[in-house]
Design a protein around this ligand. Structure first.
Ligand code: NAD
Length: 255
């Protein structure tokens, strides 16, 4: 029986990944700020007959991240897989970009990846097996205007991914990043309105002309596709795949 931590596992992409992992028999710690997080964890556990614990640790605070990992190790026994997925977004021109949004995006989208990976590292190293999967973004590989903090944080995640791959190699620990294009989750729903304001367009125009403009396959990426990629990366057979930035972006980064 394998155990996984999924940060931001109570909404959107993280919840979709949690469903697929639970269906494959993984015990989980799901983390997130959703008020009904405990209920989501209980429902996953009941539906898939696995253990699912909930943590409301705030990824902005390193001590809460360490406590979350400790909770998983104590209650599940050990951690095989860490999925760094929690993230937020803010869209604004650079001269209007609020400093507190810069700090929060760097902390949640990038620094939490370091703190959580550091916390699971000793256990993974001692057991000679670990899988760290970072949910980065096409914005880890390409830039877009009005997203200075997000693009910086996700490029930072690319750097963390490659360093952990190198340091994990002698210990059976792999680290990879999945780089999705646009996925229609609550995070993107909120952006549609923000982008409409920033670009002075209607919401329908933003979807067609800004978001899917960059994806040659003119469809939002499905959560299922990301979950299946994560399941493969977590498997024993993916042991030689490490340090990779893997786009699932409808062809965006081919340009
Ligand atoms: P979402 O808003 O649906 O979910 C985000 C999750 O992160 C939620 O569970 C939320 O509670 C959690 N979270 C946010 N701040 C937190 C904090 N301080 N502490 C703990 N948890 C926190 O968003 P999503 O679209 O599912 O995004 C998940 C990840 O995928 C993010 O890292 C995002 O950058 C990335 N991503 C999303 C898209 C997309 O189009 N949706 C594309 C590329 C990458």
């Amino acid at each position: 029986m394998k155990n996984a931590i999924i940060t931001g596992g109570t909404s959107g992409i993280g919840l979709g990944i949690a469903r697929l992992f639970a269906a494959q028999g993984y015990n989980l710690l799901v983390n997130g700020l959703e008020q009904n997080g405990q209920q989501i964890a209980d429902e996953l556990a009941q539906e898939h007959e696995v253990r699912v614990i909930f943590s409301s640790a705030n990824m902005q605070h390193s001590e809460q991240i360490r406590e979350m990992v400790q909770q998983a190790e104590q209650e599940l026994g050990h951690v095989d897989v860490l999925i760094n997925n929690a993230g937020i977004q803010h869209v604004a021109p650079v001269d209007e970009f609020p400093e507190d949004r810069w700090d929060a995006i760097i902390a949640i989208n990038m620094s939490a990846t370091f703190h959580a990976s550091k916390a699971v590292w000793p256990g993974m190293k001692a057991r000679g097996f670990g899988r760290i999967i970072n949910i980065a973004s096409a914005h880890a590989l390409r830039a877009s205007e009005y997203k200075v903090a997000y693009v910086a944080a996700k490029h930072g995640v690319a750097g963390i991914t490659k360093v952990l791959a190198l340091e994990g190699a002698p210990h059976g620990i792999t680290c990879n990043a999945i780089c999705p294009g646009y996925v229609r989750t609550p995070l993107v729903e909120a952006q549609i309105a923000d982008q409409a304001r920033a670009h002075q367009m209607s919401e329908t125009e933003v979807i067609a002309k800004v978001m899917l403009k960059k994806q040659p396959i003119k469809q939002f990426v499905e959560v299922q596709a990301l979950g299946n990629m994560a399941l493969y990366l977590a498997s024993e057979t993916a042991g030689q795949l490490t340090g990779a930035m893997l786009p699932v972006d409808g062809g965006w980064s081919a340009q």
